[in-house]
Design a protein. Sequence first.
Length: 431
Amino acid sequence: MASLGKPGLDLGKRQRDDPGAIGADGDGMAVRRQSLAERREALGYTQETLAQEMGVDRSTVARWERGVQSPQPWMRPTLAKALQLTPASLAAMLGGSAPDRALASAVAPGDAARLSDLDGAEVVDSIFTTAQDLQIADRRIGGGALYPSVAHYLTQQIGPQLMSPSHGVSVPRLFAAAASVTEIAGWMAHDSGNDANARRYFDRAFRLAMAGDDRALAANSCASMAHLAIELRQPHDAVRIAVEGLGQATAAYGTSRLVARLHTMRARGLALIGDRAGCSKALEDAESILDEATAEQPAQWIAAFDEASLASEAALCFLQLAELDEAERRAREVIRLRSGDRVRSRTFAQLTLANVLVHAGRVDEAAAIGHEACSTTVSLSSARVVHQLRALGGVLSLAPRSRQVSSFLAALAGLSATSGEHNGAVSSWPV
């Protein structure tokens, strides 16, 4: 993909030589967008015909190319298809921060160093670096925009390695790496609203971890499956899977935070069942273990789980149990702790808080927080966020039309109709 745009065009040189050039402050959006126009022209599109393909006005395409506006996240897969680009390559072409461009380079098939060209430990190290970049970008922009590229990376690069590993590769480490990226793909499928695919990815990740004899990673997959079971309103399965994960995690080193996460998943399931005492005990266990995990070096590939993560899940437990004061306190704690690039986590906490406030009869406060979440959502590609916003809108549409409620419903109406279907409820779990 590096060949797209004019041959020999050195954008970095232009910015260094001309401090007054657009983007000389490090943004460079309008400079980089020249390649977007060149790609369109190379494929025979005019601004008018590309606009027709995308279902937008010609002026919208013009603004994209001038760099004064960016395509909304839900439009990018269609634009990438029209321009015959991977979503990651399109993201690089549209510009963004240095980490975004590095991520695009890592997962775009034409830009990344192919795993088949590497030997020995380089293969797993490359996968590990890509996995870290994916998780950073996922937190910032949501999994919907990244999911197609991750699926491509799995099938085109990691899959062939599993069938015929490069010289000197440790097969157990390779299986662990494959399991980790497969699990990441599952979360991105879930965030895209495709829970059937998420379930398949989590199933495959668990089996790969077991094949590689990596108990910690198998337990990590159990935590993900338990979360999905909760989302699918299968609380008994969630509790059972979390207990299986605890059995796997206790047989591995560096898993204290993971054990805390699994206890929290147990708590979520028990709250849905209505077991107040069991839920409270599971949360206490999670808090106690997490307090003792500060000095522990976590096992490789294990998902992060911290105080804000625990507070987020606890808020949902207390909301389910109608303990609204505690649910509000926990949700506000997450909002306080989640800043910077943790955009999606903060938005979920806002939505939890809004639902708590609705249950407490504080409708205008809930609407104001929902309106704030709507403004954040335009930078995310997350069907889960849109699904929860629409559910909140359905409740608030029945409330008296105050200024705050009307403003929220108007903002909600401007969001794309992103699918949020929970369609993974048919298959059986692997544990």
